[in-house]
Design a binder for this molecule. Structure first.
Ligand code: PLP
Length: 439
């Protein structure tokens, strides 16, 4: 297929997953031209090049030789704004001085070090569990945990919108997998009723906060159903940690379910301002996972810098509840203002630090995303396969460190573009190009 054959307006990522030609690499050719055409229309807003830290303002290079864009950052899941805190940066420097840049080994062999062990103890305490273990990413935590525990005779029940790492963990495990309707305990119950006799072990997995929708799991009911059918339950707190609950413990803490959930899993890549992941549970089960999780055994341990950042971020979360208060003040203000301007939001009342504006068609999303980018607002455009086809959306991540000025400028930009493209019915019609952020 030559370049002129691919008009990106007529295709989505779903169209390039496979192709009829036998060569394994043949599908790379049409995708290459699709992306090339998409880029040439300047509506491709992925893999943008950051030239500064992902704080609330960020410098982004559009194209080589193009002047830097100074953008409001609302695409980083830096919910508590800890990635640039001096205490975190200092801890990273100290850890590198002490341990060097890497252990160059898996934790199972020579990659377990004192700071890593201290973090595991701190996480276990934070999650009210006997023990916790750390992986190099949250993705690895899900893949490793699920595949370490589930066998072919077992059944894993997952939400229809489960994160890719949950889905991939099930594939690696080779267990039976069924998905229930999004956040629907009745659908989960129907599945459990229908399959109860056919499988040995059962594991229900939900996200405390769903990553692409920003809604909270109906955890009390889901836990109740799982328990009635003798299923174990794992809650992925990637987007709940630091955000929900009186001490930032996540959805499990928010719903007062400590001790009711078998495994709590999380990532360092959001509120904990680092890279890595963890799972916490009973001592015996964590010990089992340590000895069977392939992503733990066959992958290098997280670097001292990552571990130190997460450790310090966790301490700050414990010491500074005001950070969470500020985050929620921002979430309520921003969500309320978008609603008042006529945006259709999901969920209708804010349940997390994620605000979702569903656009629907990929083509419209591309146009809107480009205009938002040109107005110097950095938000995420989410398309298939991250969400289902025709559910394309703008995904906005709020942070405790956003100022009222950041929020108001972002609102102005979104409203102008939303009205222009009839995503909202009403709103101020001022061109955001006049806003001071649009340098
Ligand atoms: C719900 C959920 N689980 C797991 C992960 C993986 O985390 P990590 O970025 O640490 O690999 C993510 C990341 O986006 C997530 O949203």
């Amino acid at each position: 297929m030559n370049k002129s054959a691919v008009n990106s307006d007529h295709f989505t990522m779903a169209d390039f997953y496979d192709c009829p030609e036998p060569d394994l690499f043949a599908k790379a050719e049409p995708l290459y031209h699709f992306i090339d055409d998409w880029r040439s229309k300047k509506t491709y807003t992925y893999r943008r090049l950051l030239k500064t830290a992902a704080g609330t303002r960020v410098a982004v290079e559009d194209e080589p030789l193009h002047p830097l864009r100074h953008m409001i950052m609302m695409a980083s899941n830096n919910y508590l704004g800890l990635n640039c805190r001096p205490e975190v940066k200092q801890a990273v420097c100290d850890a590198v001085q002490k341990y060097g840049s890497s252990m160059c080994s898996a934790p199972f062999l020579s990659g377990t070090y004192e700071l890593l062990q201290q973090l595991e103890k701190k996480l276990a305490h934070f999650e009210h569990c006997e023990e916790a273990m750390v992986f190099s990413t949250g993705y690895q935590a899900n893949v490793g945990t699920i595949s370490a525990l589930a066998r072919a005779k077992d059944l894993v029940l997952i939400d229809r919108l489960a994160h890719a790492s949950v889905v991939d963990g099930c594939h690696l495990a080779g267990c039976a997998v069924r998905s229930f309707k999004h956040n629907d305990p009745k659908s989960l119950e129907r599945l459990l009723k229908a399959t109860n006799e056919k499988h040995a072990g059962k594991l229900v997995i939900v996200e405390g906060v769903f990553s692409m929708d920003g809604d909270r799991a109906r955890l009390p009911e889901i836990v109740g159903v799982a328990k009635r059918y003798g299923a174990r339950i794992l809650v992925d707190e990637a987007h709940g940690t630091g955000v929900l609950g009186p001490t930032g413990g996540g959805a499990v803490e928010h719903f007062n379910l400590h001790g009711q959930v078998d495994l709590v899993l999380g990532t360092f890549s959001k509120s904990l301002a680092s890279t890595g992941g963890f799972v916490a549970g009973s001592r015996k089960v964590i010990n089992y996972i340590r000895h069977y999780a392939r992503s733990y055994i066959f992958s290098a341990s997280p670097t001292p810098a990552n571990v130190a950042a997460a450790h310090t971020a966790l301490t700050l979360i414990e010491q500074e509840p005001a950070l969470r208060d500020k985050l929620w003040e921002n979430v309520r203000y921003f969500h309320g203002a978008l609603k008042a301007r006529g945006f259709k939001l999901f969920p209708e009342t804010p349940e997390s630090a994620i605000v979702v504006i569903v656009i629907g068609s990929d083509k419209l999303l591309r146009t809107i995303s480009r205009e938002i980018h040109e107005a110097n607002l950095f938000v995420n455009s989410v398309v298939y396969p991250a969400v289902s086809k025709n559910a394309s959306r703008l995904r906005i991540s709020l942070s405790a460190s956003h100022t009222r000025e950041d929020l108001d400028q972002a609102l102005e930009i979104l409203t102008f573009i939303g009205v222009k493209h009839k995503v909202v019915e009403r709103g101020p019609h001022e061109n955001p190009a006049n806003s001071p952020v649009c340098a």
